[in-house]
Design a protein around this ligand. Sequence first.
Ligand SMILES: [Zn+2]
Ligand SMILES: [Zn+2]
Length: 649
Amino acid sequence: MHMKINVTLPDGSVRNYDAGTTAMDVAKSISEGLARNVLAAKVNGEVRDASCPLPGDCTLALLTWNDTEGKSTLWHSSAHLMAEAIEALYPGTKFGIGPPIENGFYYDIDLGDRTIGEGDFAAIEAKMKELAGKKSAYERREVPKADAIAYFTEKGDEYKLELLEGLNDGDITFYSQGNFTDLCRGPHIPDTSFIKAAKVMSVAGAYWRGDEKRKQLTRLYAITFPKQKELDEYLVLLEEAKKRDHRKLGKELDLFTFSEKVGAGLPLWLPKGTALRERLVNFMKKAQEESGYEQVATPHIAHKDLYITSGHYEKYGKDSFQPIFTPHEGEEFLLKPMNCPHHCEIFKSRPRSYKDLPIRYAEFGTVYRYEQSGELHGLTRVRGFTQDDAHLFCRPDQVKEEFMKVIDLVLLVFKALDLKDYEAQVSLRDKEDRSKYIGSDENWEKAESAIIEAAAEKGLKTVVEYGEAAFYGPKLDFMVKDALGRRWQLGTIQVDYNLPERFELEYVGSDNLKHRPVMIHRAPFGSLERFVAVVIEHTAGRFPLWLTPEQAILLPISDKYVDACNDVARVLKSCDIRASVDERNEKIGRKIRDAELAKSPFMLVIGEKEAAEGNVSVREHGQGDLGTMSPQAFAELVNARVREQLGSL
Ligand SMILES: [Zn+2]
Ligand SMILES: [Zn+2]
């Protein structure tokens, strides 16, 4: 008699199969179409080869290109395919590691005396395509350590031999496809035919195991797709992303700069960028004021002891900026990596009662964190940045209401910046292992359900991730899609049971006993630097009217009308409109083109007729001619739009 197993699918349905059935068999039993798209399988929560027999009764999710893990399985498998292509084209190449990354994968290789340049990419791509077409299966086999060592010794690959040193007998698997065999834990796609399009993206140097004392290998970045069309679309998107790169636009729009003398990762804000930043700051200050926040201000450095108490020194101390010494023996200060400890000390500065709570301290606090120079990237990865930080100290029964209020604040930001596509991600404790979390079970349960309820009551599209909470508390993040469909994590709201404990924060309850407050960290923008980068790339530098550095540019048809333009500019200024006059002695056509490049939302043209009537002729970007109107009417048009964008603020 055959043994039977029960397979539970994600929709909760249970299907019955013979023992030994593979995930691929299950897919085929559902539909041939599905089977053609299955890249891997998630069995009891673990990603595995779709060709592996199921272990018995289990939960099963069939992973396709639409799943993050399906994608990374295809990309990781493609790294093996690229290695096979390279071995064919450059015999004797030695291989390091080849993991999937956010977009595609790479392989670190040692080519000996040879080099690979952009001119070689096409040949590698063609070889990959040729090999993919052979439909070679990715075959898994368990290998005794001695045999594995013998294989790579014979091949002369010292990198794989070094990787083997860290592995135990019984734990070693090889995967082979076509003529290539790799040491790998897997999982992989069923066979190479799932890879329909390949593109080698770039080549860089990378030290073996990230250690600069060791050999520099060649890192080859590439990406693959299950359809040629998807590669084509990706390349178009990449071109568009290049045009929107905030580093490029930041320069063109005069927003910020970097100086080697000042230091890498330390942005310098130019006047236009600073004004834009100020508008963001004022927007947030106003919104926070209406939500009962109080502004505080704290210094840029603090005693090392503060960060020993907070635990930040233990976590970041050695890998970050080193202490600042004073003439006083043994006295050490640190640049602040976080504002929270300072705010805890403010909370502690006097006794608190339950009636005082919640207390909400807000600060645009500049913090400093050392990032490896290779990690720095424009405004998105820097060494000094300003957070729109705030810390809420509340009673456990106030967590839900505080979350709802912060969610409102975050949504206000999204509306003002025209970010329409987002979902909330709620990070909770591991369902099984609860030993790694601090704070009482009761408080955790209260906070977790408060967050879920708050998100539901606000009507947010929500995904719940178990095991993703920090050890010190659950949190809610927003995953926001920008105009190019890229995902950004913004607006984190984090519960913290750790710092109140470490700083021994307390308040006197209605029972006259002392209690620990719950602390909530939140920063809707995150950091102003990163946020500005996101907004630049989302809007391609065409900021919403309320935020844009210049709302209108006045263009005199000839020199004769410069005075008339200046008169109008004065009127506009008195109506809070930001406008400038292009006084250059250039043809009007040239001025219009330059105003276009400066991404000015409105051009106001003044010639003989307009000057005589005291009017302006209005052209709006993307809309064309709006006709002639008085400066006051134009100001009202702009201000009405701004009010619309800012909502209740
Ligand atoms: Zn692999
Ligand atoms: Zn904080």
